[in-house]
Design a protein around this ligand. Structure first.
Ligand code: SF4
Length: 476
């Protein structure tokens, strides 16, 4: 089979742009048996029609999360019934397979199908309905049979899928200058149960440190990135693994700046790990604090005690690593007053970066399955419409979503108050900082910044939204 894997463009301006990891994962699983090409709609100078007519794929796979929904559906509308087998894969299709089929995709991959994908492709027919259900024994596939009935073999959950060395060589070198930083994943999944998170309860599995550093070395030496983000959900979960990774980076004398995500309740017996991280190039640890109100954290099943936060943050600062704090607005049960306690905490911590996002019940999270149970009501049911309206726009927010314990005006007031109260400490809003080539020491971004970031198109009509300095040493 000739397979074109497409990474579609996001519907609203992103803060950064990184290489298409999920395409590279799937490509790695099939490239020995099938001919694979990757098309990144964000950065390729050729338009998609040209690429398709030149490569003449049998299969067009679009990999997307919710933020790329409208663009991905446009691809389905454009190429359905044109003789290609159209496949949807990624986080959104995994949660909403039926919607994807109704939009025009022929098959949906649910979860991690890497282990069985090559065989699945071998068994496809080039004629509709493409799939013979009798030949599909594995989980992860959703399609219609010849009677028009849906066949769903469930979600493929394989932590082993993370063990594939990504097919990074399939990314054309010309793409790399457009990516804001390098990106890789050392460990997969999370054992915690936060209700708003799509990684909740997915298990945990780390790759061999040597294999991870092989990939890091490739990113530095071949892709040419000096700033790299580890996308692991909880990078610091296994301190022995972290230290082994740091030792390997240092042994190879790899010079790069990197950032990670972490829980903020790392036990004190593991704090030495932060010194290793600093020595190996770690510049930022991002903590998902979400709220400084204990009741709100409990409602969100965050499993985090407020009194654990400050000692860990202090120790990371002592290790000379920068801090990013992620806050969430509109968590279950949180009132306006409860939100204000998070501002007090930010004043006390004064991290390098503060990010305040709206709590959105994404499909695939516990909250997404039943938003009203968690005090969130959508006034629009269709995610595509919802995203096109841009739920981050304060003028639209009240018509789109309703939070039981905090109203729209209070949500906006909280975001504005957060910025106003932090400004005297030297924080600069990301939307006021578009042309700067160096990062300020303290930066703040709230959901209100998103609509202010321009979605600029260059002369050829391509979106050119990543206008901030490339390769900053403070990524995230
Ligand atoms: S928010 Fe973080 S700790 Fe909670 S489930 Fe998601 S990845 Fe795990």
């Amino acid at each position: 089979m000739r397979v074109l894997l497409i990474y579609s463009e996001p519907d609203t301006s992103p803060y950064y742009l990184q290489s298409p990891m999920e395409c590279l994962h799937l490509a790695a699983a099939i490239e020995n048996q099938h001919e694979v090409q990757i098309y990144d709609q964000n950065v390729d100078e050729q338009c998609l029609d040209t690429v398709i007519s030149e490569f003449a794929p049998d299969v067009i796979g679009v990999l997307f999360a919710m933020r790329c929904l409208a663009a991905s559906y446009r691809i389905a509308h454009q190429f359905k019934h044109k003789g290609y087998i159209l496949i949807a894969a990624g986080k959104y299709p995994t949660s909403k397979p039926k919607e994807c089929i109704e939009t025009g995709f022929d098959i949906v991959f649910r979860g991690n199908v890497e282990d069985t994908l090559s065989d699945f492709l071998d068994n496809l027919s080039l004629k509709y309905p493409f799939v013979n259900p009798k030949r599909v024994q594995s989980s992860g596939y959703f399609f219609k049979d010849s009677n028009g009935d849906y066949i769903d073999t469930g979600i493929a959950n394989s932590l082993e899928a993370n063990s594939y060395a990504l097919a990074r060589h399939l990314i054309p070198q010309k793409y790399h200058r457009h990516y804001s930083h390098g990106f890789l994943i050392g460990s997969k999944g999370c054992l915690f149960n936060c209700v708003f998170c799509t990684s909740s309860g997915t298990g945990y599995k780390a790759r061999e440190p040597k294999a991870v550093v092989d990939e890091l070395e490739y990113i530095v030496k071949v892709e040419g990135h000096k700033a790299i983000h580890f996308g692991d959900d909880i990078f610091t979960y296994d301190p022995d693994w972290v230290i082994a990774l740091c030792r390997e980076i240092m042994a190879r004398q790899l010079i790069c700046n990197w950032s990670v995500n972490s829980r903020s309740d790392v036990p004190s017996k593991h704090w030495l790990m932060f010194d290793w991280m600093y020595q190996a190039g770690c510049k930022i640890v991002a903590f998902g604090i979400e709220s400084a109100d204990q009741k709100t954290l409990k409602n969100s099943r965050k499993g985090l005690k407020i009194n654990k936060i400050m000692p860990v943050i202090s120790r990371v600062k002592e290790a000379k690593i920068g801090i990013r704090c992620n806050l969430m607005i509109g968590l279950p049960g949180a009132t306006y007053q409860d939100h204000l306690s998070s501002i007090d905490l930010m004043e006390a911590i004064q991290p390098s970066q503060i990010v305040a996002s709206l709590c959105i019940p994404y499909p695939g999270s516990k909250m997404g399955n039943n938003p009203e149970q968690f005090g969130i009501r959508f006034k629009i049911q269709n995610w595509e419409t919802l995203l096109e309206k841009d739920y981050c726009d304060p003028n639209q927010l009240g018509q789109i979503v309703e939070y039981k314990n905090i109203n729209t005006e209070e949500i906006i007031q909280f975001a504005e108050t957060l910025v106003q109260r932090l400004e005297p400490y030297g924080y600069i809003s990301i939307s006021q900082d578009n042309e700067r080539s160096e990062c300020p020491e303290k930066i703040i971004k709230t959901f209100l910044d998103k609509p202010k970031l321009p979605m600029v198109r260059n002369e050829s009509g391509r979106r050119d939204y990543y206008r901030r300095a490339l390769e900053p040493d403070w990524i995230l």
